[in-house]
Design a protein around this ligand. Sequence first.
Ligand code: 4AD
Ligand code: MG
Length: 478
Amino acid sequence: MKSYTVSELLSQHITPNSEVEIKGWVRTFRANRFIALNDGSTLNNIQCVVDFENFDEALLKRITTGAAIHIKGDLVESQGKGQSVEIQANFVDVLGDSDPETYPIQPKKHSFEFLRENAHLRTRTNTFSAVMRLRSALSFAIHKYFNENGFYYMHAPIITGSDAEGAGEMFRVTSLDSKKPPLNEAGEVDYSKDFFGKETNLTVSGQLEAETYAMSLGKVYTFGPTFRAENSNTSRHLAEFWMIEPEVAFMDLPGNMDLAEDFMKSVIKYVLENNKEDLEFLDKRLQDEDKKKPQAERSPMTLIEKLKFVTDNNFKRVSYTEAIDILRNSKPNKKKKFKYIIDEWGADLQSEHERYLVEKHFNCPVILFDYPANIKAFYMRLNDDGKTVRAMDILFPGIGEIVGGAQREERLDVLKEKMAAINIPEEELWWYLDLRKFGTAVHSGFGLGFERLVMFATGMSNIRDVIPFPRTPQNAEF
Ligand code: 4AD
Ligand code: MG
């Protein structure tokens, strides 16, 4: 007798009437006869039929929602509606009991807030198992894309001494005794006595290290956890999130845009083709939610339509300067509906502006480029106008910024000036400057926030619901 997953049993590759064996968790047990069993391999349950005459009553009592069970029986064509095959059980064993009184995941609708508090069990629901299978598929699609396009996967360090984004939003890594740290003559904590002999933090981005690999291996990407101690308690920010950062030698900004667009389309296409079942489930969930809203707030597209829209249409490329003109003349700006009114060139764009451009004005993904130098990171290449840099952000409907990237400043003198202007000591980034001394070249890259991609692909509206155990201000449970 062979052991199968539910996904294999339902795939119709198994000859009916063969003897099969399966293990999983009980979703429901109906009429003392029908077990809906799920093992996470697919959204669908397999129905297992137990003839209660053949089983001990005490055993049947233990088949409760959430219990882990082991079943052997014959795979037969189903008599009932809703499934093609079912198992006629001739052996049932309860591997792990579940107390029906206290098991949090009851067979009913739970709020996402409640499930977040039970994040260790929430993947036993349809919605969260579908989201996490999609998250896994998207990771695979990302590695597949880069692998097929000649990129090397590079592991950037997690502990670092530099602040790549220069935003000062870092978590310190230290082994000093917090109660009595060693002090220097000035009475400050003496980090030369710390584990690494200097101040270190969790990385905010692997980009600077990835640049060193691009300038030797040519085309590389990172895919790892990044950490930001920004105190923004929004539905789009995490303190720990995963980022994908390709970096390519001899590639300029238009090349970077082409790569990002092709890459995003490719990974979305992958899940459209390979994760239909989960996507259709999430799509239906969203449509049901939508029906409860007033007409004006309903989404004009279903989830799958939205994904196809991205794969089938060109991203609109717009300079920051054009975007500012559009925003300045927009209705919400004139009627002071924006929280932050745009009146001058140079203003940083807020999420409300990004979403206006994408969702109201252009109605498609937008790549904004050539931002003012002073609202972007130090490593971006200065344009000849002396005031803008070769930056690009990709904005997606419902998400806002999903990708941030740039052509990098490859000229040693310009880079040194920019670092000096914001007080980054050359000693801290001597190795980064070396790249500009020895065989410097045009190069570019970008960072995709993985969870924002998962949000887009699943239609989930809170970033806490697309990562297994979210880390946010005041919360590091599990
Ligand atoms: O725009 P960011 O800060 O760019 C960088 O870190 C560059 N070093 C990337 C590069 O050029 N290699 O971050 C990139 C993306 C954002 O567009 C966003 O999708 C995501 O990372 N992101 C976050 N996602 C979740 N929570 C946060 N706190 C995030 N901060 C940025
Ligand atoms: Mg950014």
